[in-house]
Design a protein around this ligand. Structure first.
Ligand code: FES
Ligand code: FE2
Length: 414
């Protein structure tokens, strides 16, 4: 699988006679920690973390308490420890296919912009103007530079401050120190990844092998050989805002098909649920299931194919590969009780013009999403009830969910 990785360089726009200062961080470009956890919050949330014991085997374990899914302090600890470190999927390479393409997004409190410059290099930056903190770029599209909508400061696609308006008379100002603040960016297959770790503010190149290892561990090969790669064509995006904690959506995904016969009767007829298998890797779990080839489920079989693979990449990214399709689900935390799920659909290129098949498949998929949203919002309401504190795992099917909770516990305690 082709991998393109690079650290976003800081390339100052040098004037004659100036020296190049490439050191990060410096007094003007250093960033403060994204952490929004106060010390009393920290005590509270760490006490909550300890209420789950990952050492207890799944057969005897109780689930994390409901406070993990509802408490604001716990949510802020998660942003700090889980989302502001390590590689995070944020989008598709399709969004930055051509020079000048860009897209923006938000992870926790962090606004970011990813773009491809004229030389084809991919960059990512904090999407914040260095003048008075205005959000710089919005949405996605094509640009030759980023012009701040507030007072017109202008930045190149490589982050350089190209123009600072009306600064005559300003003292002790070095334009080279006021470029956009870079974020470490990489791509793996068709996915764009960011790493917000504070110490990333260096010029060090991103090592492609390390990214694959850090993000996917030992299953990167397995995903490549099972068709999770760039050979499919990007088709479309669907976004859902859901009134539930981000982990409720993940848990629902990770129950080993437990809920499928009850909540997705249409989908269940296309799957041979007895063939369900679960494999755990370091930070990834893979659930797979064969398609049902009975005459009754012929249409479903065309969409779902012989075998479906559902890969969960900790903490919040799902890769679903079935038949000619791949869809990815990115679960973005918006608050203790709210998340957004972004679905990107990819399809075998030979089927790209088969509008009837595409429409029917997307409708079937949408039906499953709506069913899942209702389940997740119902669970969130239940988690808020004083009647519920912890639950149990069905050990034969919910190992991947237990694995997720153990990883999260480890992440929150280190
Ligand atoms: S805030 Fe961007 S130019 Fe003033
Ligand atoms: Fe579901």
């Amino acid at each position: 699988m082709a991998m393109i990785m690079q650290m976003t360089p800081f390339i100052p726009n040098l004037r004659k006679g100036q020296t190049q200062n490439l050191n990060f961080p410096n007094k003007h470009s250093s960033i403060r920690s994204c952490c929004s956890v106060g010390s009393s919050d920290l005590v509270v949330s760490q006490r909550l973390v300890q209420q789950f014991n990952p050492k207890i085997p799944v057969e005897e374990a109780v689930t994390p308490p409901s406070s993990w899914y509802t408490h604001p302090s716990f949510f802020h600890l998660e942003l700090d420890r889980v989302f502001y470190k390590g590689w995070q999927a944020v989008g598709s390479t399709e969004q930055i296919k051509n020079p000048g393409d860009f897209f923006t997004g938000r992870l926790g409190d962090v606004e970011f912009v990813v773009c491809r410059d004229d030389s084809g290099n991919v960059h990512a930056f904090y999407n914040v103007c260095r003048h008075h903190a205005s959000i710089l770029a919005s949405g996605s599209g094509q640009k030759s530079c980023f012009v701040c909508p507030y007072h017109g400061w202008t930045y190149g696609l490589n982050g350089t401050l190209l123009k600072a308006t009306r600064i005559s008379g300003m003292r002790d100002f070095n334009v080279n120190e006021f470029g956009l603040i870079p974020i470490k960016v990489a791509t793996w297959g068709p996915f764009v990844l960011l790493n917000l770790k504070k110490e990333n503010l260096s010029e060090k190149e991103v090592d492609s092998h390390n990214v694959a290892k850090e993000w996917l561990g030992s299953c990167s090969e397995l995903l490549s050989t099972n068709g999770v790669d760039s050979s499919l064509s990007y088709l479309c995006r669907r976004e859902y805002t859901i009134e539930c904690n981000w982990k409720v959506f993940c848990d629902n995904y990770l129950d080993g098909g437990y809920h499928v016969p009850y909540a997705h009767k249409g989908l269940a007829s296309g799957l041979n649920l007895d063939s369900y298998s679960i494999t755990l890797f370091e930070k990834v779990s893979i659930q797979s299931c064969e398609g049902s080839s009975s005459e009754k489920s012929k249409e479903n079989y065309d969409r779902l194919g012989r075998k479906a693979i559902y890969a969960f990449v900790y903490p919040n990214f799902m890769i679903n590969r079935y038949g000619p399709w791949m869809d990815t689900n990115l679960v973005l935390p918006l608050g203790p009780n709210k998340c957004q799920v972004v679905f990107d659909y990819y399809l075998e290129p030979s089927l790209q013009d088969d509008t009837g098949f595409i429409e029917k498949s997307l409708q079937d998929s949408e039906k499953v999403q709506i069913e899942d949203i209702l389940l997740c919002e119902g669970v969130q309401k239940g988690l808020q009830s004083p009647a519920y504190s912890v639950g149990r795992y069905a050990p034969k099917v919910e190992q991947a969910m237990h694995h997720f909770h153990c990883l999260l516990h480890e992440n929150l305690t280190t």
